[in-house]
Ligand binder design. Sequence first.
Ligand SMILES: Nc1ncnc2c1ncn2[C@@H]1O[C@H](COP(=O)(O)OP(=O)(O)OP(=O)(O)O)[C@@H](O)[C@H]1O
Ligand SMILES: [Mg+2]
Length: 1002
Amino acid sequence: MLTCQSCGRESPDGFAFCGACGTAFAPIAAAREVRKVVTVVFCDVSGSTALGERLDPEAMRRTMGRHFEEIRLIVERHGGTVEKFIGDAAMAVFGIPVAHEDDALRAVRAVAEIRERLTALGEELAVALSFRTGVNTGEVVAGEGETLVTGDAVNVAARLEQAAAPGEILIGAETLSLVRDAVTVEPVEPLELKGKREPVPAFRLVSVDATAEAFTRHMDAPLVGRVREQQRLRADFEGVVSERTCHMFTLLGPAGVGKSRLVAEFLAAAGENADVLRSRCLHYGEDITYWPLVEILLAIGVEPDAVIGTSPADTQLAFRKLIEGRAAERPQILVLDDIQWAEPVFLELIEHVSDWSRDAPILLLCVARPELLELRPGWGGGKLNATTILLEALSRDDCELLISRLAGGAQLTDDVRAKILQAADGNPLFIEEMLATVSEDGGDGEIVVPPTIQALLQSRLDRLGPGERDMIGRGAVEGQVFHRSTVQELAPATERDDVAGHLLSLVRKEMIRPDQPTYPDEEAFRFRHLLIRDAAYDSLPKETRAELHEAFADWLDRHATLIEQDEIVGYHLERAYRNRAELDSADPRLAALARRASARLAVAARGAKERGDTGAFCGLLQRAAELLPEGDPQRLEALFALSYPLCTVGRQEEAVAGARELVASRDPRLQSYGHLAQTIVDVYSGRFDAKRAEGRVAAAGILFTDLGDHFGLAWTGFLELHMEWMSCRAAAAAAAALRAETHARAAGDEVLATRMRGLWGMALAFGPAPVGEAVPATRALLDGATSILDRAEAQRLVGQLLAMRGEIEEAREHVRGGLEGTRQAGQFVEAAGYAMMAAFVEARAGAPAAAEDLLRRGIAELDRLGNRSYRGTMALRLADALASRAEYEEAAQWCAEVRETLNDNDLVDVISVDSLEGFLAAVAGSHTEGERLSDRAVGSAATTDFYEAKAQTYERHARTLALVGKPVEAREAAATALAIYEAKGDIPASAWARELLDSLST
Ligand SMILES: Nc1ncnc2c1ncn2[C@@H]1O[C@H](COP(=O)(O)OP(=O)(O)OP(=O)(O)O)[C@@H](O)[C@H]1O
Ligand SMILES: [Mg+2]
């Protein structure tokens, strides 16, 4: 049998045209498979075994035959296909061969009708049969041949049917979501179904509203945009009234773009001066030819038979006269919505009125999807009294406004908002439906295409010819933008000549539009809507997807050299692998495919690293690692390379998992990498333990020296640097940085080498090196920086040093630039840490309030990132700022908080908290305690060479001593602080230290 792509009915093999509707059959070479969402119905005759005992077998067969015949008729009338009768059950599918946007509603209407009809038939035949029915919607694979559709959705429908009581119809949750506003249901206990881990929710169908839409559109939400279109409509209507003419206004636009809504808005105002006669064409059904006409006639109290005559010509004349007669009294607006579903006879009726009405103010407001033009390419053309406009997508601003209004008080994350904006691409219906699914999931979930939208898009795709359909699938594999050569290359040789024609036709059908090509001398096309791309992609069988992705990757390597070549090729190989793996995890081709994909992604990751794009580096290298089996050496190397960058972007958890896998390795080198990775994680999670780190780092250093592993030694050096840093020994840290740099260079890792050089610069800024020496050194770093990140770090250091020289404006600019770059590089933890630098500058600018504000925001940002590495230091700086404003209470609170989680290894915090608490104690009158703590701080500070930490400690010590009544010692401490600041060349700090000294002297 051949199935018609257009009407879905069957004709015998060998027919060139459909026996039912006359559409030509395309020569179908091989059975095509598609994945699609369909609605499956199972309907079983119950009580038939008992009945079989009473009835003669022949009579029995005849009775059953009658019943099944009824079922078939009803299903087909609603556009479904009866797939098979199995024993006493019938299985029907809605959505094959051609999907409709309302397949679920059709199915539910059909089963309700079956129930009614069979009850009546039972009475007619005087046999009491009852039926159990299950309806379920879901993804299946549909092909031609024996089993028409296969998939879990089919099994669930069968199980629902088995679980139903006699006479009961049970529908699944997905079906319900698609018909929610047209049915009344009662929930039943979720069903424990064989083969299902989770209970399956099910609903008892009580009734279906025969005329309701599957889901209602909210015509009540405030309108956004559409100003121009409304003006246009109003102007044409004013013309109709003032010139007493008939005008046909056709509003075209894809599903959900807001045609009906715009019309409703227009009518709300225009309706005051005119009679509004509304009608809507139905998608399917019996006697639908004149249905919209009947609707109008009934509304104005005219008996339909009085107008609808025996011939179309009679009807046209009678209707026109009727409307003209009314128009003589008052202008008439006829709204004819959804006329893409109108029968030709009805369209001719509209054209007749528009062509022949004279001297009568009539506005024919026709609303249709663009496919109207496929049926009637000349609609409205060549008429002087006709306007046709295409309603375009809403602007981005309008969409944002709509989202805010619809979301109401609901909390939407920026991320979700952005995703909805992008996916909806200007379509308000998509926005509404997506918001509805988001609020069902609680607002933080992934954005999935709502089933209602999925059904709409699928039906659009199914209306394409098979050649167009295949081509759009190939395009979808390339992406939202695809190229002519690609679809040509990926097509079978026999179909290559048709590509140009198909592309043109797809452009006409508003599926794609020409776009800027990525490759020279190419033609590019863009899916008009990302969701269409996704729907086309989803409908491809995974096997086909895998083949196409791999073929496309090969084509790219043969034909193009793009900047992101590795990333794109890697992506397609990765998709090929994933699709294949989902089909058969034992496929022998998988391992090689995964390795190829992983290698390309790793190369792409290297590129991202060289650009300083840490976020992209992490993403790409993680994907490369995930393609390889656990414990694979290449995978483990990648996991180590990820540990530090992951920490800097605030994703320690993933770094922890990587470190764990490394430590579990049996290879001692990789195991040592694991120990280093663990240490790095400790650093970033504020759990740094100097003893543990020392042991691990020393052991790794010995092993790597033995193995001559410079890469390992570079990281060892980095951690040594960190340990020195934690003890506030800047000079030693600088030396470690230089060692690490040398090893990184020997390992060929220029990026790492440059990072280490940057850290050396940092030691210069924080340590005792005079500003005059450090400025040119850090400026040199800035000039030599090649990545955003290195540039950013150097800028920050220069900024910090300039602030010491009192060049505040320039300092601010540098710090701001550094922050920007750090953010761009995706290093959010570091970026949050910038608050301290910015506050450092503001303090020297004499703007303590600004500094305080920056610190508060920095702390909040770190909390949001769940990062503790800088938190203590930042909190103490805030406490210091508060104390200097005599906000002692809050300062003490921050100190107490830091004290609670204080890491003894983090010397800078240990010193600050002692010194601050000492001062605060003295302020509160606890002189002994104050002096004790402050003394301890000074003692610890003596071991460091961080000039600021040290000088501040002496400064506070001076204040504390003054409070406890030791002016001489106080002056001595203030003089020490001043000497340190002056040696460094920190001019603003020297000034305030001198002030302090002066105040103590008087
Ligand atoms: N400009 C707008 N401002 C606010 N909401 C809108 C706007 N346009 C449309 N909507 C909303 O989007 C949804 C879809 O609009 P509408 O039903 O008018 O689409 P349509 O183009 O008629 O689609 P179809 O072809 O499926 O009939 C409705 O709920 C509507 O209220
Ligand atoms: Mg509409």
